[in-house]
Design a binder for this molecule. Sequence first.
Ligand SMILES: *Cc1c(COP(=O)(O)O)cnc(C)c1O
Length: 467
Amino acid sequence: MNIDKKERLRSLYKVDEVLQDECLVFFKEKLPYSMIADSVRKEIDLLREAILKEDDCPPALLDRPLFLDRVISRIQARSTPSLRPVINATGTVLHTNLGRSPLCKKAMEHVQEVSCSYSTLEYDLKSGRRGSRHDHVESLICQATGAEAAMVVNNNAAATMLVLSSMADGREVVVSRGELVEIGGSFRIPDIMSLSGVSLKEVGTTNKTHLSDYIQAIDSECTAALMKIHTSNYRIIGFTEDVPLSELRKLGDRYALPVIYDMGNGLLTDLKDHKIFEPDVREAMKAGADIMLFSGDKLLGGPQAGIIIGKKKYIQAMKRHPLARVVRIDKMTLAALEAIFFEYQDPDKVLENIPALRMLTCTREKLYKRALRLKENLMSDAGTLHVNVEPCEDFVGGGSAPDVRLEGWAVTLHSDIRTTKQIEYALRKSQTPIISHISQDKVWLHMRTIFDQDMAAIAESIIKLKG
Ligand SMILES: *Cc1c(COP(=O)(O)O)cnc(C)c1O
């Protein structure tokens, strides 16, 4: 080892001495001492390695503030949760990567109330005996959907498995080839079927399936059920034909077979006025599905959950099925779901009270005004940043209504001194990260998915980009 390196190693910072530095006082008050000491030690270790490896003196050895910056960054990284809130400025309402539907405040309050203490999760207050966790939401769901019975599980994928295992184990379920969906890369109907011990009997072609196709496939020994799956994340257009639920119902009656409908979305409000044409839970129930299943965090606007509704005799068998325990819903989700279904008891206010529905139905005028307000807040001195208000297209997301483009408004940004990628990155690095999107060499902030209370933080982050 040459003399320089020895000298540098000798002059390395000492853990105890760094820990006394004033700039760490703030952190020492808030965070565990060991976390801070570990971070200091780690940065010193890195510096030691750099001294041994490199011929030149590492800059952080000469520049103490630089070294301390690194220590602080490390402390901040260690003490920031990985799962954290972000501002969704993508205009995609049920953004799967950003947590699908945001919960309403009342749901969160109910979660907190029930989870931070003991609860009646499986306790019947009337009898003083063991109760069922399904009871808390069953009657609310039945009321909202018109179903005879209901149960909830972890998500719709789990619901599909439980329904198939319970109703068709070891036998065949008839499905149209046009409806063999894949959702989000990991949920594929054929795979779920085989996992559930059910044989998939595919009928028809990709674009057309006729009633006669189902009839030919029905086998009095092997067929356990007819299943319809909503093609939630794609549309087949052109020469197409599928068999509506009501026709499948008639067929089910003729051959004494149950009809299962995986509808995905769980739409419980009429959004036709807002140009969102998706199957509605209540209509589908009327059309005669024996069992229907849908997600809690898509158009229902609640927490991740799988909701199964329909005939009592099937639901009762599902509640007793061994898989029910495997896909059991937890108390936090149950609390959120109960609060969400409470909201549905007030149909006049539900579009306002459930954030996802409020965003989906927000008028263009409101979005325009919001964009204008943001622009005005920024424009006192635009500097090198160009801010514009432009029309944009928003999406429902969450694999729902892929053909629906909602007319929205955005604030777009571009700069004389920064690339759009740099702007996008800077926004993403904000204290509350802002997730935007780049198009036409501009950064787009879609107003639809931004909460009012986040507008100030967005303005603040953008103002930093002016310089
Ligand atoms: C979204 C969806 C699923 C999967 O639901 P998760 O709640 O994400 O598990 C299953 N089937 C259909 C038709 C869907 O749209």
